[in-house]
Design a binder for this molecule. Structure first.
Ligand SMILES: [Zn+2]
Length: 375
């Protein structure tokens, strides 16, 4: 491949100009250096960007693409997922998963943080190791008397994922008994937890009422007495400060909450899924709240059950269109370097460094509709 000489090359500190990137035919970076007289280069307008890292997805829900109405909120979403749980054959589910998986590559994604309640994604992940994954094995359960059973299911799940990078995780504050939450915390130091996605979550903790409480009641789920009156208090009560936690959504997080999370769990990341929030709730995260932790923000699409596609570049464009947007370089860092660090892949992806194979993508303009894969 000729030396690539784009107008701008991504670097963690900012855009590099007058630089060339040498990439071999297998996509490994040979060098990134200043352009020299006599270099034979392929001149390119625009931006050279490492492959995208989708920090939050649920690939096993891909068959629910287009099945759930927009704007129905969290409780409505849970009801729909429950209603549709047996509506698709295994063949349909496998076909949808395969389509979604190839969509990820088409959208210039090189790694995905995937939430798993089943082993449905194991074989495709093993067959296609070129797309790196971290599987968060999710163990939800509100009934403390069933915690042991959920845990046994988790152990079985773990056996299926043994050959793949994985860790146990809690689902969300409103879906975990304290017994189960403590057990997950004891056994995992790499978590991905849904947090403050909707008002219903806060309402549940403050008043023990609202649409989530109603949904659980209708499902006959035994409701525990949470020891705390705010989701944050509940999640932080037993959390080991050494844990790396990806706090997902955070559409209602305030700066004080964010600073508190950083203080108690300094290796926290904040994964925004703005298009999923718009799809389900018709609202967006308040980016002004994240100003102090811009180096810890990453992006995810969430699942096809609550998004139109798995195009992470569209999430970049979405954050750039919101009030208090980050600058373009920061937004690209969220979709690359920061996502890689959040998934424990920071030494492999998210930067052009000799010996790495981070994926080489090209954006003609800052508002380019699509990223293009170069290598
Ligand atoms: Zn999610």
């Amino acid at each position: 491949m000729p030396l690539l000489a784009p107008e701008f090359v991504f670097h963690s500190e900012g855009w590099l100009r007058e630089h060339v990137v040498d990439v071999d035919n297998e996509g490994f970076v040979v060098s990134l250096r200043k352009r020299q007289m006599g270099d034979v280069v392929e001149q390119m307008p625009g931006y050279l960007i490492p492959g995208l890292v989708n920090a939050h997805c649920h690939l096993e829900l891909s068959h629910l693409s287009g099945q759930i109405a927009e704007g129905i909120g969290m409780a409505g979403f849970i009801r729909e997922v429950f209603r549709l749980r047996n509506a698709f054959s295994e063949d349909q589910q496998v076909a949808s998963l395969s389509k979604a998986w190839h969509q990820l590559s088409d959208f210039c994604t090189v790694a995905v943080g995937d939430i798993c309640n089943t082993d449905a994604t194991v074989s495709i992940k093993q067959q296609h190791p070129e797309l790196l994954t971290h599987s968060f094995l999710e163990l939800p359960g509100l009934d403390p008397s069933r915690a042991e059973r959920v845990w046994m299911h988790g152990e079985t799940l773990r056996q299926a994922f043994l050959e793949l990078p994985h860790s146990f995780t809690a689902h969300a504050p409103y879906s975990m008994s304290r017994t189960l939450l403590q057990r997950v915390y004891e056994h995992s130091r790499h978590l991905s937890i849904h947090l403050l996605e909707s008002l219903a979550e806060i309402e549940l903790f403050v008043n023990r009422q609202g649409p989530l409480a109603d949904a659980f009641h209708d499902f006959g789920i035994v409701f525990p007495s949470f020891p705390d009156h705010h989701p944050l208090d509940y999640l932080l009560r037993d959390l080991d400060p050494q844990s790396r936690v990806i706090w997902v959504h955070g559409t209602l997080l305030r700066e004080l909450d964010i600073l508190r999370l950083m203080k108690q769990a300094p290796d926290s990341f904040f994964c925004l899924c703005p298009r999923s929030n718009r799809y389900l709730h018709g609202r967006s995260p308040d980016l002004s709240q994240f100003a102090a932790v811009r180096h810890r923000v990453c992006l995810g699409t969430d699942s096809l059950a609550s998004n139109w596609d798995l195009d992470l570049w569209k999430e970049v464009r979405e954050v750039l269109s919101l009030p208090h947007p980050p600058d373009f370089h920061t937004a690209v860092s969220w979709a690359t370097t920061n996502g890689a660090h959040a998934l424990g892949l920071g030494s492999k992806l998210g930067k052009f460094r000799p010996g790495l194979r981070p994926g080489v993508m090209w954006a003609r303009y800052t508002d380019a509709e699509k990223l293009q894969k170069i290598a």
